[in-house]
Structures are given as C-alpha cells and as structure tokens.
Ligand binder design. Structure first.
Ligand code: DL6
Length: 829
C-alpha cells in the first residue's frame, strides 16, 4: 500500500552514499568504478534534488490545501548562480557529501570527493544581467526561508547572459548555452499555454452584450519548467516557473516536409523557439526590439493564465482575487500583465470594466529600479498595435479613464494631462510603461531611501500629486546571508557563528550585533584577519591561473566588480589608478619603499552594443599591460581585469576584498547590492553618497566607510554649469589625460572619446568634479589600511551592524506593506 513517507530521503552519510550509487548506476548509467568530477556532481545533485522534490511536493500540497494568499514575483531575470551548494547548505546536509569516495578510472585513480571541487562543475544559471536579476534570486531564497507561499515566474532562456572573453584587451562575447545537463529543472510537458500574437479584434454580441474578441494571427505554445527553491532550515520549498516557447500544433509542417520544402517546414518551429532563446544583455538600457516585446507578452500571458487557473480551482468570486493573489512587477518588464488581467476579466470573464479595474489595481505592485532615462521602457504604439491589437485598445481605455480623473482633479492644469499621459505624443507615439505600471498598481516602491525620494521628486512627481504620497513607498534592497556569507565565506560564517551563539544569525541577521562586544578581542581579530588572508590567497591563485599575473596577497585588494557603465564610473577608477601609477613613477626608490602595495581588480560585462563601456574595458586592460610588467613598480601596483564576472565568481571575490568601489555619480545608482555583499564579508567600501551606500553609512557609522564626491542635490547645477558656464578640468585628471594621449597605454585614439566625454562633452557623469576628492579619499584608505588592528576593528564593527541588509527584512516589508500576505506555518516532520 502507498504510504505518504515512502519516498524517504537520506539524513546521513550512509543514506547519501546509497542515493549517489543509485544515480550513478541507473540515472547516469555509469559504473561507480569510473566516475569523474562531472559524474560526481551529477549524482550528488540528483540525490539532493530528490530530497527537494519531496519537500517541494509537500509545500505545494500544503499551500493548495490551506488556500491562503500567494505572492507571484514576475521577473524577466533570475540570476540564480549555482544550485548544488545552496541546496546542500539550505537543507543542512553539506557535511554528508564531504569526503565521499569516487573512482576516476576503474580503481586505478581513486579520489575522495572534495565537495568544493564537485560544486565547481556546475554551470551558473545566468538568466539575468546584474543587480535586478540577482535581487530576484535573493528574494526567492528569503520567501522560501520565511515560509511565504510564493512563486517566481520568468523565462527559460536557452542562452543566458553571454560569456565574456578578453582577447587582446577587448571584450568578446561568446554564447552561454547552459542547459546541457541541468538537474535542477523539471519539464512540465502537461503544463502548456497557447499564447496569441498579431491578428485583429472583432466585436460580437453575446447575450445582448457587445464584447471584443481577439482573433489571433499566430499562436505559440508556452511550456512550463519548474525549479525548486529550498528555504534555509525549513522544509518549505517554493517554485520558480520558467516558460519555454515552442511551436503550437506539432513539430513541423509535414506537408511542406513531404513536398521537399525542408527549410520552411521547420520555420514555424524555429520562429516560435526564438521567443525564449536569448536573454537581452542590456543592463539599465532599453532598446525597443519587437522580439523583446514578444518575450514580455509571452511570459506574462502564460504566467497570468497559470495564476488565474490556480485561483479558479478554489471557486471563489472574482472580487476575492486580490485577497488570494498579490503580483509584484519587477520593474516595468511585466507591465503588460496589468493589461492582460484586465482583458481576461472583461473580455473572457465578462466583468464590468470598473469592477475589473478595481481587482486589477488591488492585485499589482510595481518596483522601480532606475531613474536613468535610457532605462525607462517605452514601446512604439504602432508596434504594440501590430503585435497585441486588443491590448492597445485596453491601454487607450485605461489612459482615457485615468486622464478624465486627472482632468477632474486638476482642471486648471492642461499641461499635466500631457505630462502624465500613458501615451507620449511624440513621433512615433510611445506607450510609457512606467506610467502604465503606476496607474495599474496599488503601490509603487523604490529600492533605497534616496532612490525612492528621487522617483517622487523627479520622474513620478506628478503622480504623487495625483494619487497622494501614500501610494509611493520605499523598500531598501537586501541580500541573502545564506548565499552571500554562509556559502561564499564558510570560514567567516563559522567564526561569526562561534561568537553569535550558533547559526541563528543566518535567519535573523540582526544577531550579528553580538559581534561588536568582541571587537577588542585580539584572538578573534587574528582569526578574522587569517580568514581574510586565506580568501585573498584563493583569489590570487585564480588571478594567476586566469591572467598569468602574480599578485601579492598581502597587498591591499581594491575591487570594483559590476556591470560596466559610465554612470557606475569604472572610468573614474581607472583614471585614479593611472594617477597612482604616475605618482609612483615620480618617486625615488626610497620613497617607493614606504608605499602600500595595491592590487586594483576590475570585473564586469559591457552590453555588446555599448561602445563606450567596451572602451573602458579596453583602457583597464591596456593600463594593466603596462603597469603589471613595470619593474620600477613591482608589487606596488597591479591592475587586473577578471574575465566573465558572474555569480559564482562574485562568491569568490567578495570574501577577498579589502576595499570595494561603489562610486556612481550621486543620484544614479538606485541601490546597489554588491556594496552590501562586500561589507558583510568583512571588507570596507569607498563610495559616493548614492543608493544604499547612504543607508549603509547610517547603519555602520561614518568612520567605517570612505565617502567622497558631490551630493545628488548638486548634480543638476554642476551639469548645467558644465554646459553653460566654464568647465575647468581637475589638474591631476588633466595630467592623466595627457599621459593617455602621449600613448603610454597604447594607441591614444582608442581612448579619445572617453577623454572627450569629460573635456568637451559636458562631463555628464561628473568625473572631473569628483576626481580630487576621490584621490584624496584613496589616500585616507591607504593610511587606514596601514593600521591593520584598527582596520580589522572597523571591518568587524561594520559586519556587526549589517543586520538591516538581509533580504529577509525586505520580504517582510513587502509582505506587510504591499502584499498583505502571511507566512504559512510548517510541519517540520
Ligand atoms: O534593485 C536592484 C538593482 C539596483 O541595486 C541597482 O542599483 C539598479 O541599477 C538595478 N536596476 C536595473 C534597472 N534595469 N532595468 N530595468 O537593473 O536594480
């Protein structure tokens, strides 16, 4: 007879071994006597995956049975990284896998599994560009850990973010085919949705009522793939559902095939599969491509169909929909979901417009992640009409009713209507997706205090007047300490646990405050410093292996890893590095002996079409090529560009940093989250008063952070002065430019646009304005680092005050302020 607990999963080493052997010999069809690291990874993953499935099934059953409100997190990006290590740690059984014995080739070469090596066989799941996608991944971890009934919905790209190679100092993009062997996903061939595109809208009268019927021009099938998301120290295992596109109605056209027209027989299939083929590699930049809009609609339509289907099972009335369903829009990419739900309710379910709209707006929340104009999504009206004719009609109706209400409330302000209209009256006309998201949601939030204030006073100012301030709120970003401390830095995590009464701090990060009383404990500081050093040795080895450059782990490691973007100002950093190099060159050997050795480490991808960002990468590599072989300088300065920065590299880099750079022009970085990762790993930061740097300063104290540069309130005036007044370039920066122009770092012409951006084109990012204080602040960093005792004390103090920056806190804030959902109690047995 079937028993509920028949599928028992292992709890100890013996049980684990049995499972691994079973998977090696049956699932993988190999012999235990011939098992390489990849097979060891595969079998270990499958064993843990089975365990997750059991928990996943129970979680889903419990959520269905209790039928409480669920959260749906719609994100076009989920930058998950590797899954195995995370799964082992979250279920608390990593120790059972350590030391398992595999044989490489029929007993001649026996090796004990070092789990760290096995874990490295996994390909990163890189379905995202940067901060936005990684935030979504941290949120999934927290939602499961806190036992919230929640699903993520995204796209299953066949190619995630490209792999970056550096060839002759230039970025070269290589496709990232990550699906070769992916034990973490389950295809659900039974969960499919037909998605319509193109076609026309006809009016029909049904039962005396006129309704709009959208006759599709093309239908593509969405197939669900599920990825289990295990919470930490809880049986709750939530679901991330990713949609893959497929031709609807069969593999290919047999008639064409039989008549010998092989190419077009598969054309439909290929066109359909293109939709989920590739992630657009832009960060903070929108390019308005038709395929991108197709991706967005495909994904939101499939997700909403799924959500509505689940809701309907409980046979509740439509008015209860917002009591059962909260949908969060991760930026404007899923905004069409607002229109799609209105369409379902009005056209298919027959609700009155106002009733439907009330349900829609009570269901959605919208998170804004940027104020940069080039990142705010707008779609040409003509394109929307062509692809989604019924949706454009609905958007026009939403706009009409919205503008009528605005006109009523602000009868004397005709210009207000033009400013807030969802349709921008430009040539061509555009649909402003952020405005549509605001109008269709009950809450709008920014991701750090400064950012949330800025959206209220700049891009969404009129909407604050229209709706009042309460519709707008702030949820400062956070990170999961499970991945970003426990997994990335196990030794530090263990040391912290020894002072904080065990691992509870991983679930309640405010418990880190117990560290503060140990700051003066010499032995503790020594152990802390040893761990940092060991992490630096590991990174130094990686640098040697991948670039051939030998760096001294005793140097100060100065790190800037993130997407390459002018607003993030890697150019400021590399100009600063050149300034340091020139200063060292000008010194006598005796003076040089007194200098602190430093390694400047860069990493990050440039969007393939972002020429200036690619020039910045080229300059960094060109400077490295000169400096790293300069014998006068030796260890005093090394410049490294780490290829193909991604989540798993970040897990190695963050624990090894002494100082990291978060130096965006004030008011441009919405939050930043790597700033939090670096501080949590016992590194200090140099940064501008921007994004979450401000709140980090408030929490850890001004004496533990190196702030510099102009404030966001001064930025507009400075830009104005650059254009209309006189613009004098900082004299030290001028010397740096002159050196580049002399050809010290290769062909000057290669870098002329970068220099012209500052000298001639208005210095939009304020590089010159901030240069002096940047250089001075780096001198303060050097001085502070010389006193290692004090430095370590600053690091420990900072970590002890980082409790606020856990993504668990974010999720609790969203749950209370925006979603109105409760966690579901779990049965641990
Ligand atoms: O909120 C997550 C992350 C922030 O930490 C970064 O500061 C911000 O740049 C990033 N925003 C985007 C915007 N892209 N779009 N759309 O990636 O979000």
């Amino acid at each position: 007879a079937w028993k509920r607990n028949q599928i028992t999963s292992f709890t100890d080493r013996d049980g684990f071994e049995k499972e691994v052997v079973r998977h090696v010999e049956t699932t993988l069809a190999r012999s235990m006597f011939n098992c390489d690291e990849i097979a060891a990874y595969s079998a270990t993953s499958l064993a843990f995956r089975d365990r997750l499935i059991t928990h996943w099934n129970r979680t889903q059953q419990r959520q269905t049975y209790r039928d409480t409100k669920r959260v749906y997190y719609l994100s076009l990006e989920f930058l998950m990284g590797r899954a195995l290590d995370n799964a082992m740690l979250n279920v608390g059984l990593k120790n059972v896998a350590q030391g398992m014995r595999f044989l490489r080739a029929f007993a001649f070469d026996c090796y004990d599994c070092v789990i760290e090596d096995v874990v490295k066989q996994e390909h990163d799941a890189a379905l995202g560009n940067g901060g936005l996608g990684r935030l979504a991944a941290c949120f999934l971890d927290s939602l499961a850990t806190l036992n919230f009934p929640a699903w993520g919905y995204g796209l299953r790209y066949r190619y995630g973010i490209f792999k970056q190679e550096i060839i002759d100092g230039y970025q070269v993009e290589v496709p990232d085919y990550w699906l070769d062997f992916n034990p973490w996903e389950f295809p659900r061939h039974d969960v499919t949705v037909d998605i319509q595109f193109f076609g026309q809208v006809n009016k029909k009268t049904v039962g005396g009522k006129t309704i709009s019927v959208w006759e599709a021009g093309e239908i593509v099938q969405a197939v669900a793939y599920d990825v289990p998301i295990p919470g930490y120290d809880t049986p709750t295992t939530n679901n991330l559902r990713l949609w893959s596109s497929k031709a609807s109605g069969g593999e290919f056209d047999f008639q064409k095939f039989n008549s010998g027209d092989y190419e077009s027989s598969v054309a439909d299939q290929q066109r359909a599969e293109t939709i989920s083929a590739v992630l657009y590699p832009n960060d903070n930049l929108e390019r308005g491509k038709e395929l991108r809009l197709k991706q967005q609609y495909f994904w939101v339509a499939a997700s909403l169909y799924d959500i509505v289907r689940r809701f309907k099972k409980s046979r509740r009335s439509w008015n209860e929909f917002p009591d059962q369903v909260a949908i969060q829009l991760n930026d404007t990419h899923p905004t069409l979901a607002i229109v799609e739900l209105q369409r379902i309710l009005v056209d298919i379910e027959g609700l009155e417009w106002d009733n439907a709209w009330e349900i829609v707006t009570s269901t959605f929340g919208y998170t804004n992640h940027t104020v940069l104009p080039e990142a705010l999504e707008k779609w040409p009206v003509g394109l929307v009409q062509h692809l989604l004719p019924r949706h454009l009609q609905i958007i026009y109706d939403i706009n009409l009713f919205f503008l009528q209400s605005v006109e009523k409330a602000f009868p004397d302000d005709r210009d207000m209507l033009r400013r807030v209209s969802i349709i921008e009256e430009s040539q061509p006309k555009m649909v402003r997706m952020a405005f549509l998201a605001i109008v269709g949601s009950h809450k709008v939030n920014g991701v750090a205090e400064l950012h949330s204030d800025l959206i209220k006073t700049t891009i969404f100012k009129d909407f604050v007047e229209i709706y009042g301030p309460d519709k707008f709120t702030n949820v400062t970003n956070g990170i999961t300490p499970r991945r970003w401390l426990h997994q990335a830095n196990p030794r530090l995590s263990e040391l912290i646990a020894s002072k904080c009464g065990g691992n509870d701090f991983l679930k309640d990060l405010t418990l880190l405050n117990q560290l503060e009383k140990h700051v003066q404990d010499k032995q503790f500081r020594k152990e802390w410093a040893e761990i940092k050093y060991a992490n630096k040795v590991r990174l130094a080895k990686h640098i040697k292996d991948t670039t051939g450059v030998v760096v001294n782990p005793a140097s100060l490691f100065d790190v800037q890893v993130k997407r390459i973007h002018e607003y993030k100002r890697q150019q400021l950093n590399i100009f600063g590095v050149i300034h340091r190099y020139l200063s060292l060159k000008a010194m006598t050997p005796d003076q040089r002996k007194k200098q602190l050795p430093r390694v400047s480490i860069f990493g990050g991808k440039a969007a393939p079409g972002y020429w200036m960002a690619k020039q910045i990468i080229h300059l960094i590599n060109s400077v490295g090529a000169v400096v790293n072989k300069d014998e006068d300088i030796g260890d005093l300065l090394k410049v490294i560009f780490l290829e193909d920065y991604n989540v798993s590299k970040a897990e190695m880099i963050c624990p090894a940093s002494d100082i990291s750079e978060h130096i965006s022009t004030a008011g441009t970085e919405a939050s930043g989250t790597s700033n939090m990762k670096f501080v949590l790993n016992g590194g200090l930061i140099i940064g501008t008063c921007d994004g979450a740097n401000i709140e980090i300063t408030r929490e850890i104290g001004e004496s533990n952070i190196f702030l510099f540069g102009n404030l966001s309130e001064d930025v507009e005036d400075l830009r104005h002065a650059h254009t209309y007044g006189s613009h004098t370039i900082d004299s030290d920066l001028d010397k740096v430019f002159n050196e580049i122009e002399k050809g010290t770092f290769g062909t000057p012409h290669d870098f002329s646009a970068m220099i012209a951006a500052v000298r001639q084109h208005g210095d939009y990012y304020l590089v010159s304005d901030d240069f002096h204080s940047y250089i001075e602040t780096h001198q303060l960093v050097d001085e502070a680092y010389r006193n290692q005792d004090e430095w370590i004390a600053k690091c420990i103090t900072s970590v002890s005050r980082m409790g606020f920056f856990t993504s668990d806190r974010c999720i609790n804030e969203y749950a209370e302020e925006i979603w109105n959902v409760e966690p579901l109690a779990v049965d641990r047995h």
